[in-house]
Design a protein. Structure first.
Length: 427
């Protein structure tokens, strides 16, 4: 079996096999039985909601609290910024979770958790009781580290576009309105942050657009880190082959403030820089609801969990998934990994609710594709196994790796990956 086939097989089936539940879709069922609430309908939360129904064969009732009507994918969203895709291409409704799997969807925002009463409080004023709670809040931003971004209107002018949606479209419009000869400045925060290769892919997509439509313009990457965080050789090769004179990379440039009125970035040790379009990706932490509930125990930024069950180490009966967690060694904050978290957690939660031991040997995979042109793509892949002695997930020796080179064939794989994981999560 080739590596790519192996990774796809692990991604689709590892958690299912561990529970021995490979049956078809669960129907709506009755309102009786244990109740699981899932906060957040991203890659991890939506997957957990669906697979809790599947693994329990409809015996566990699931409610998904999600304020948005549609799922919008962060993976592939850089293609929208580059003008290669439209926002509609990465937007999928949540309807099938309810229609096909019996997940009750509450269009609201969770504002507080009472772990003693096992209650989630909603922005609308309502409350929902749970037997087990799954919190998948994604990331929020540490705006306090950029004082100027707290001024009125600053966050609407200098965009992050690191949560796919309206800002993705707005950043594209800023690039279209920018005069030829202008500079697009992209600032990258210190790791860890959501999607390690994402900023470098974004730089490629913007440069691809400039090369065609604004040939006098430039992309400057201001990276707070000492070096490129993922697929370094592959990105450097792409920049040299396709974007020489367009992309400039500057490491060790940590942004400490922004003057949004003039699109000026202010650095810790370097001179200020004024851009035509400033795209500032701030420092990140677990989503607000996780921090407010006391789940973010690692530097008050990330949530520590038991990797067998994803149960919080701070609060019983509450499980935390996705980009909000304190990662295991070499575990990226990625959409694919979040999908795997969702399945592993769903298997554990169903086991616990049905009085069974959770699976002891979770195994899951990660694949991350990056577009370097409108067609050519590179990837990084890894496989992770639970280590009972260290009580964490470790990469399997010899697994994974990176592309030998960028290719159009991998571009087709990347789009197929997106279609498949969207279906696995939401169909």
């Amino acid at each position: 079996m080739q590596r790519r086939q192996f990774v796809s097989t692990v991604a689709a089936g590892s958690a299912l096999g561990s529970l021995g539940l490979l049956s078809g879709c669960a129907t709506t069922g009755s309102a009786s039985g244990p109740h699981v609430i899932v906060i957040g309908g991203g890659y991890a939360g939506a997957t957990a909601a669906k697979y809790t129904r599947l693994f329990s064969e409809g015996k566990v009732q699931v409610t998904l609290i999600e304020p948005n009507a549609n799922f919008i994918s962060c993976p592939i969203s850089n293609l929208v910024i580059g003008g290669i895709k439209k926002i509609e291409d990465i937007t999928i409704p949540y309807d099938n979770l309810e229609k096909r799997h019996g997940v009750k969807i509450v269009r609201d925002r969770a504002t507080a958790i009472d772990p003693d009463k096992r209650v989630v409080k909603l922005a609308s004023g309502g409350e929902l009781k749970y037997d087990r709670l799954i919190v998948s809040p994604g990331i929020d931003f540490m705006w306090e580290t950029l004082p100027g971004m707290g001024k009125p209107g600053a966050q609407d002018k200098v965009l992050h576009a690191w949560k796919a949606g309206p800002q993705t479209v707005a950043l594209r419009k800023q690039l279209e309105a920018m005069p030829d000869g202008g500079v697009y400045a992209l600032s990258i925060p210190l790791a860890p942050y959501r999607c390690p290769p994402g900023p470098y892919e974004r730089a490629c997509m913007v440069a691809h657009y400039f090369k065609k439509a604004k040939p006098k313009s430039k992309v400057i990457i201001f990276d707070a880190n000492e070096d490129i965080q993922s697929k370094k050789a592959l990105f450097l090769k792409a920049w040299d082959e396709h974007y020489k004179g367009i992309i400039e990379y500057r490491p060790k440039h940590r942004v400490v403030d922004v003057d949004a009125a003039t699109n000026t970035l202010k650095f810790e040790f370097n001179e200020d820089f004024k851009a035509a379009v400033a795209n500032v990706v701030p420092n990140m932490r677990a989503g607000d609801i996780a921090v407010q509930a006391g789940l973010a125990t690692a530097n008050k930024r990330w949530c520590e969990v038991d990797f067998l069950t994803f149960e919080s180490k701070a609060v019983k009966n509450v499980h935390v998934l996705g980009d909000a967690i304190q990662i295991a060694p070499a575990m990226p904050k990625s959409g694919h990994m979040a999908n795997q978290h969702g399945k592993t957690c769903a298997a554990a939660v169903v086991s616990l609710l049905l009085g069974q031991e959770p699976p002891k040997t979770p195994l899951y995979a990660n694949t991350c594709y990056s577009f370097v042109t409108d067609e050519d793509v590179v990837h990084v892949a890894s496989v992770h196994r639970y280590d009972p002695e260290k009580k964490t997930m470790l990469t399997v020796p010899g697994s994974g790796g990176v592309s030998a080179r960028a290719s159009e064939l991998e571009g087709r794989y990347a789009l197929a990956w997106a279609r498949n994981i969207w279906a696995d999560t939401l169909a």
